[in-house]
Write a protein that binds this ligand. Sequence first.
Ligand SMILES: NC(=O)c1ccc[n+]([C@@H]2O[C@H](COP(=O)([O-])OP(=O)(O)OC[C@H]3O[C@@H](n4cnc5c(N)ncnc54)[C@H](OP(=O)(O)O)[C@@H]3O)[C@@H](O)[C@H]2O)c1
Length: 303
Amino acid sequence: MKVVIGGGSGFVGSALSRLLRSKGHEVEVVSRRPGAGVTWTHVASRGLPPCDAVVNVAGANILNPLRRWSRSFQQEVVSSRVETTRTLSEAIALCPHPPRSWVLLTGVGYYRPSLREEYHEGSVGGDFDFFSRLVRDWESAARLPEGTGRLVRQVVVRAGVVLGREGGALPPMLLPFRMGLGGPLGSGLQPFPWIHVEDLAGILLHALEGAQREGEGEGGVEGVLNGVSPSRCTQGEFAEALAGSLGRGARLRVPAALVRAALGPERALLLLQGQWVAPRRTLASGYRYRFPRLQAAIDNLIH
Ligand SMILES: NC(=O)c1ccc[n+]([C@@H]2O[C@H](COP(=O)([O-])OP(=O)(O)OC[C@H]3O[C@@H](n4cnc5c(N)ncnc54)[C@H](OP(=O)(O)O)[C@@H]3O)[C@@H](O)[C@H]2O)c1
């Protein structure tokens, strides 16, 4: 199949492109940069290139330490997700031959952080802070009008912290942890919903292809899937596993006040709080994880 990937030049998009190409699929990236693929302006004005499936993984990096959490950066964080998603869903709706599937990658920030609650894909959320409302608006920008919606299978994948060598949370942590200066963030007791980037790419491919396990509903994979590993861990356990894989200790706790000073109080919550998220529908739809356990995932990325 031919797949159009919004934001396909990024960390998750590159992993997904590699996986798709390795399975013999064709990929076309939508980018801000004309050299990197078809541009957003092109899609908005001339429509979608002919394709069988569309996925959006675009979005400015929220935890970019070089960007202050200013009003204008917050607007960029929102528009790089909501406007790119709307551009694709409008193009799909106008397409004379719509694709078979339309997949959006969002985040588990939809669910309210808690030390007790466990969330699954049917849990309520999306209405309590900047990040949850962002996910709500992002997902609603993806919704297709009813007529097109009947022809196109729609899936939203809500990802946890994505672990990989080429981007996301892991690379900036490696130097301090290698120097023995790594440790839990704040109390370290906050839930840490994580996923290996190869599994996230695998879930996105599963959503694009849409084959459902026999006896698990009809019409293929549809609706929300949580893009997190099935095993639980706290942020402190993650720090210990990473330090262990590097042959170091993780005794130096990073005080919450330092995280707040570096990122601003609102953004710091993304690291200092977390939610227990179960991939209930992801498993029920037949996805098989390559890295369900944290230590094996980290060892794979480090060694
Ligand atoms: N990484 C994680 O841990 C994680 C966890 C949960 C959810 N997610 C979500 O997954 C998506 C992809 O994450 P990622 O880590 O792959 O991100 P990334 O590598 O930082 O960026 C993905 C792509 O988004 C495009 N982009 C960046 N800023 C943009 C802007 N201002 N306007 C339009 N496009 C912009 C870029 O493509 P061009 O430069 O080619 O335009 C970039 O290659 C994001 O929406 C993110 O919120 C990520």
